[in-house]
Design a protein around this ligand. Structure first.
Ligand code: MLT
Length: 311
């Protein structure tokens, strides 16, 4: 009898294939390339992806025997879960695999913005020893506004509390008791925007959160604010942010995610006080290994017809 086929559509940790074991035929494709993805998905039982592969209604329709879509990570915004469910395809993810990595990356971006590290690094390497130009700001006693106090937002809050920051959060789905436990004061988005010295976004991308922070919201912030987005592109409007930075209404930003990815040109790239990374929040060896092992386990169970427990 032939083995079930698992399609690996993005680069995943080698631990993924090890954890799948010998019972599957493993195939590979570049899931970001539709011309490769659509024929490759046609006759496989499971597909493993990160964030670059769009498993949308068209891909689901092309997949004649697909039983599982496994997302090695948290966000499911690149999977049409409704279309998959309608077609009887199970969607699994690894919701806790990379939360520490994502939180650490957000903190790294925040510190890089506060202390101008990338710009100073680039200047020094090009032969410029400029100390006063790159004077930064301290975190202690500053107010940080966390937009979205879920798993990652809570980890960011805990880490920034250790720097002596005062923490506000906007999250309509979080109970006051949970926030109090984290030493966080829940506020409205408007209060957060007006009071914060730093803002860090930790929301999933949904129709409700796209452009949550746009031109109107950026008119409310302090001109000294530094904004970090290591969640999903498009939650903060990149063009509105670029204009606010140009006009001196925002002091800096740390951006890991973009409305359209891969992103190799953006109005944000022209500013020294904007630190950018190419969607690296989950890109650590540890997170990739945990995500790969978690989804491999879910795929094994799902293809064996067993119950897939929540991770
Ligand atoms: C996630 O949603 O978990 C991350 O965006 C994962 C990734 O980078 O693949």
């Amino acid at each position: 009898m032939s083995k079930p086929v698992v399609l690996i559509a993005e680069e995943l940790s080698p631990a993924t294939v090890e954890a799948l074991g010998p019972d599957f035929e493993i195939r590979y494709c570049d899931g970001a390339n539709r011309d490769e993805l659509l024929p490759a998905i046609a006759d496989v039982d499971a597909i493993l992806i990160r964030s670059a592969t769009k498993v949308d209604a068209e891909a689901i329709a092309a997949a004649k025997r697909l039983r599982v879509v496994a997302r090695a990570g948290v966000g499911l915004d690149n999977v049409d879960v409704a279309a998959a469910t309608k077609a009887g395809v199970m969607v699994v993810n690894a919701p806790t695999s990379n939360i520490v990595s994502a939180a650490e990356h957000a903190v790294a971006l925040l510190l890089a913005c506060a202390r101008n590290i990338p710009a100073a690094n680039a200047a020094l390497k090009s032969g410029e020893w400029k100390r006063s130009k790159y004077t930064g700001v301290e975190l202690i006693d500053k107010v940080v506004g966390i937009v979205g106090l879920g798993r990652i937002g809570a980890l960011v809050a805990q880490r920034l509390a250790a720097f002596g920051m005062k923490i506000l959060a906007y999250d309509p789905y979080v109970q006051a008791a949970r926030a109090a436990q984290l030493g966080v004061r829940l506020v409205t988005l408007e209060e957060l925007l007006r009071e914060a010295d730093f803002i860090s976004i930790h929301l999933p991308k949904t129709p409700e959160t796209v452009s949550l922070i746009g031109e109107e919201q950026l008119r409310l912030v302090k001109p000294s604010v530094r904004i970090v987005n290591a969640a999903r592109g498009g939650i903060i409007d990149e063009n509105a942010l670029a204009i606010a930075i140009k006009e001196g209404r925002v002091a800096g930003a740390g951006i890991d995610v973009f409305a359209s990815e891969p992103c190799t040109s953006s109005p944000l790239f022209e500013f020294d006080n904007v630190v950018v990374t190419p969607h690296l929040g989950a890109s650590t060896h540890e997170a990739q290994e945990k995500a790969g092992i978690a989804v491999a386990r879910s795929v094994r169970l799902a293809l064996a017809g067993e119950l897939v427990p929540d991770a």
